[in-house]
Structure formats: structure tokens, C-alpha cells
Write a protein that binds this ligand. Structure first.
Ligand code: PLP
Length: 315
């Protein structure tokens, strides 16, 4: 079945995009639990390995179930290409290793997932890639941190756990004016609530482990963007380094995507009820939820219990 961007609403894309039914006419996508694929001749094998003929070779390169997940998420985000990974962290690593080189520089929001900070500060630094951290909502600080060798402006919005919100259009313009890419971790909103590519971002990162699954079953991640950067460069890193998504996990995430738009609506409604309830409790000092008009800016109150909440996110 073909996916048509112009005709299909988001909820329908979540159920149908990327599905190619086999001759069996299955309703739900099959799981191709195979490490490798057979060839009808040595010539066909040579053509596939040489890239002269499309087709599967080995599941570290491509797998039909994983491909369906990739196409469905690309359709939801409005991207040309998507590559699926073993976890959200491996998606971030693959984007960096596929698109950056030693000597390059990242300007990152300081309000990113703790392990992302470790990856940037410790491991990318070893590969000669430096990172400068800036406050998410201070555009002037982003601009001041940009160097000639800056290749990524990197952020999460809303941030975890303070729900600070970035101006994606302004940051995309800033990145492009300096020859850099805007890379957005969209795992909290998902494409059901926010599509960064439509606002000018170049690359979208996901930890599929979170809302894309939504039911706590699997680890996974994804990188979405254009064909050249994601479909070739990031894919090339994954094919060589190997942190790809398993077909079983891809199938679980496909089932998650089928209910994504309904679940995100329900999550948003529950979060608002909870935030309003917390806001009225006398023992609550501050509620950080951007959709509440009273949510202040970004600093934590002095209470150490709140700091414990913040640091519990740094797994
Ligand atoms: C915003 C964000 N990005 C990335 C990750 C990493 O994803 P994973 O745990 O799937 O590697 C997390 C994990 O909590 C996260 O919260």
C-alpha cells in the first residue's frame, strides 16, 4: 500500500504509512526475524552488495520490518528518510558520527537528557568534537557560542524536566545563517504534537523507548531528516558500527505508532488535570508544566527535594 503525504491525516499515517502487504494479504505487518537474505544467483548477490540493485542483504543493513517502522516514522515527522536504532542514545551517537568529524563543534542546550551531556562531554570530545552548552531559551547565548567550526545546534524541546520551550524557527534560522544544522530531540512531544522539520529543523532524533512505544516494552531510537544526510551518511555509520533496531522491536514500535495520536491526546489531557491538581496543593512549591499559564522560567527553587527529582532523570 502506498502512503500519500497530501491525502493522509496524521492518525492514518500512524496506522498505514510504510506498510507493504505480501502476497499473503496479512492485516498486521509480519516480523522478519532473519539475520540475512538469500539471493537467486551469485550475480544478484554481487549486484546487491555493489549497490547496483535494491534489495535486502543482511539485517544490520536493512530489514523489511525495520524499514516499515522507518517509513512510518518518516511519514509522521514529514522527513524524506529515517533510520532506526537500538536506543535513543544510539540515535544521537549515529547522527553525530554520521554527520560530524574531528574538529567540529556542537552548540547544545544545557537542558538536555543527562546521558546526552555525558556522550557529548566525554565520548565525542575523545573523537575531537567539542560541545558548548547554553541556556535553551536565550537566543543571544546560542549566537555567541557559535564558531566557524560549529556544525550542530542541538536541543530538546520541551526540555526534561522543566518543560522549557525553544523557538525552533528562530534557532533554525540562526543555524542556517552560520552553515550549521538544527538537530532536535523530539521524543517528548512526538510528531503527534510537534513536527520540528516543518519549523525549519534539519534532523529529528527520537528515543522510541518513550512515547512512540508508550507502553514500556522496548528500547529503540530513530534519526529522521533528508535522504543525503540521514539515508546515506547516518545510515552508513549504522551499517558499519551496528547499533541498529531489531525486527521484533520495530514491530512493537509499529504497534505503538498505530495509537500514537490518540495516546498523546490522552497524555496531554491527563497531564493538565494532574498539573492543575498539583498547583492547588499547599505543600507544592512550584509546578513546571508549560501549558499552565503560571509556569515560570527555568530555575529550580532552593528546595533540595526538587533537585532530587531533576537528577533522577540523569540515567
Ligand atoms: C530526551 C531524551 N532523549 C534521549 C534519551 C535516550 O533514550 P534511550 O534511553 O532510548 O537510549 C532519553 C532517555 O530518557 C531522553 O529522555
Amino acid at each position: 500500500m502506498m502512503y500519500d503525504d497530501d491525502q493522509w491525516a496524521l492518525a492514518t499515517r500512524g496506522v498505514r504509512a510504510g506498510q507493504v502487504r505480501s502476497a499473503e494479504g496479512e492485516h498486521s505487518e509480519p516480523i522478519f526475524t532473519t539475520s540475512s537474505f538469500v539471493f537467486s544467483s551469485a550475480a544478484e548477490a554481487a549486484a546487491r552488495f555493489g549497490g547496483d540493485e535494491p534489495g535486502n542483504i543482511y539485517s544490520r543493513f536493512t530489514n523489511p520490518t525495520v524499514r516499515t517502522f522507518e517509513q512510518r516514522l518518516a511519514a509522521l515527522e514529514g522527513g524524506e528518510s529515517c533510520v532506526a536504532t537500538a536506543s535513543g542514545m544510539s540515535a544521537i551517537l549515529a547522527a553525530c558520527m554520521g554527520l560530524l568529524a574531528g574538529g567540529d563543534h556542537i552548540v547544545s542546550s544545557q537542558s538536555v537528557f543527562g546521558t546526552t551531556t555525558v556522550l557529548f562531554n566525554k565520548y565525542l570530545r575523545k573523537a575531537g568534537i567539542e560541545t558548548t552548552f547554553v541556556p535553551l531559551t536565550e537566543l543571544a547565548a546560542w549566537e555567541a557560542a557559535i564558531r566557524p567550526e560549529t556544525k550542530f545546534l542541538y536541543l530538546e524541546t520541551p526540555s526534561n524536566p522543566l518543560t522549557e520551550v525553544a523557538d525552533l524557527r528562530a534557532l533554525a534560522e540562526l543555524a542556517h545563517n552560520h552553515g550549521a544544522l538544527l538537530v532536535v530531540d523530539n521524543c517528548f512531544c512526538t510528531p503527534a504534537l510537534q513536527r520540528p522539520l516543518e519549523l525549519g529543523a534539519d534532523i529529528v532524533i527520537h528515543s522510541a523507548t518513550k512515547f512512540l512505544d508508550g507502553q514500556g516494552r522496548c528500547m529503540g531510537g530513530a534519526v529522521v531528516g533528508d535522504k543525503k544526510r540521514v539515508g546515506e551518511e547516518v545510515f552508513g555509520f549504522l551499517r558499519s558500527a551496528g547499533p541498529t533496531m531489531s525486527p521484533f522491536n520495530a514491530w512493537v514500535f509499529l504497534k505503538g505508532l498505530e495509537t500514537l495520536s490518540l495516546r498523546m491526546k490522552a497524555h496531554s489531557e491527563s497531564a493538565m488535570v494532574l498539573a492543575q491538581w498539583l498547583e492547588q496543593r499547599p505543600d507544592i512549591v512550584q509546578v513546571y508544566y508549560r501549558a499552565l499559564r503560571a509556569t515560570p522560567s527555568t530555575s529550580w527553587p532552593a528546595s533540595s527535594s526538587r533537585r532530587r527529582v531533576a537528577s533522577s532523570h540523569l540515567r
